[in-house]
Design a protein around this ligand. Structure first.
Ligand code: CP
Length: 303
């Protein structure tokens, strides 16, 4: 595999291989892993804001000994009218091995790979495209679940919030489906449900939370929502929020997840976000490992 656009490119065997590589990286001294991709260069182009994904890709690349450059788009020549295609070809001429791209338009990374494939061996990694996919977030979420629960197919996993606009939900639900889970549930106001999904639709918050092994809370993607009535927004926490009271419906050892950034008091209370069942910061930690594992697999398959 040269590029990663969508988690659906990976089958069970490929996912398991990535998890095992992440385990190996975790258990190998950094002085050793730094030799694995020495001399390779990763270039990040983030056309949307990011904290976790951008920084963890930088740390992931550096952990493998790669050079990493994040183009500051606000100060780049895209502001003088240079097209994305010309920007990519320019950076590729500087011997880039991996482009890590986040963009507000769905499928931009596929287009980028199409332009680059005629010129270079560079891999393109989707760091989030519009409302479509965020495959590395899906990978780190699955890796975190695997670490705590060991297997996937018997778990009840509930994803709650703005599912329709969430590329995180898209990749996680698809990943769980690939791994054989048929007990994934989504819950949102009707206006924020996707047209189609391999997950089951819960009829209520109670149904979504009842006996859940994993609960994934999502923020409202206000930057992508064209219209949502103010009543729904004003009463979000009461109807779609996770708190110390309703979490009791889930299993005692439920894992509480959130991809971040969180809106405390809206989709999740601070008590739960900072509570003993929360693995939110562990997800962040695992992001570095999974992104290292992905870079290692993509760039090694190119040699
Ligand atoms: N989860 C996630 O994509 O976070 P950032 O937007 O901070 O990268």
């Amino acid at each position: 595999m040269k590029h990663l656009f969508d988690i659906k490119q990976l089958n069970t065997k490929a996912l398991e291989a990535l998890f095992e590589t992440a385990d190996k990286i975790k258990n190998t001294p950094i002085t050793e892993t730094k030799k694995w991709l020495t001399g390779k260069t990763a270039m990040a182009l983030f056309f949307e804001n990011s904290t976790r994904t951008l920084v963890s890709f930088q740390l992931a690349a550096q952990r493998l000994g790669m050079d990493f450059c994040a183009l500051n788009l606000a100060q780049s020549s895209t502001q003088k009218g240079e097209t994305l295609k010309d920007t990519l070809l320019t950076l590729d001429a500087m011997q880039t091995d991996a482009f890590i791209i986040r963009h507000s338009e769905n499928n931009t990374q596929k287009k980028a790979a199409g332009w680059l494939d005629n010129h270079s061996q560079a891999s393109v990694i989707n760091a989030g495209d519009g409302t479509n996919q965020h495959p590395t977030q899906g990978l780190l979420d699955l890796y975190t679940i695997r670490h705590h629960k060991g297997e996937f197919n018997k778990l009840k996993v509930s994803v709650i919030g703005d599912i329709k606009h969430s590329r995180v939900a898209g990749s996680l639900v698809d990943g769980l489906h690939i791994l054989g889970n048929r007990n994934t549930w989504i819950y949102a106001p009707d206006a924020l449900l996707p047209e189609s999904s391999p997950a089951n639709k819960a009829a209520s918050m109670n149904q979504a939370l009842q006996d859940a092994d994993v609960v994934v809370m999502l923020r409202i993607q206000k930057e992508r929502i064209r219209q949502l009535d103010s009543d729904t927004l004003d009463n979000w926490h009461d109807n779609f929020g996770l708190n110390a009271s309703n979490i009791k419906l889930a299993k005692r050892d439920v894992m509480v997840m959130h991809p971040g950034p969180m809106n405390r008091g809206v989709e999740i209370s601070s008590e739960v976000a900072d509570g003993p069942q929360s693995v939110i910061l562990e997800q962040v930690q695992n992001g570095v490992l999974m992104r290292s594992a992905l870079l290692y697999h993509l760039l090694n398959s190119q040699q």
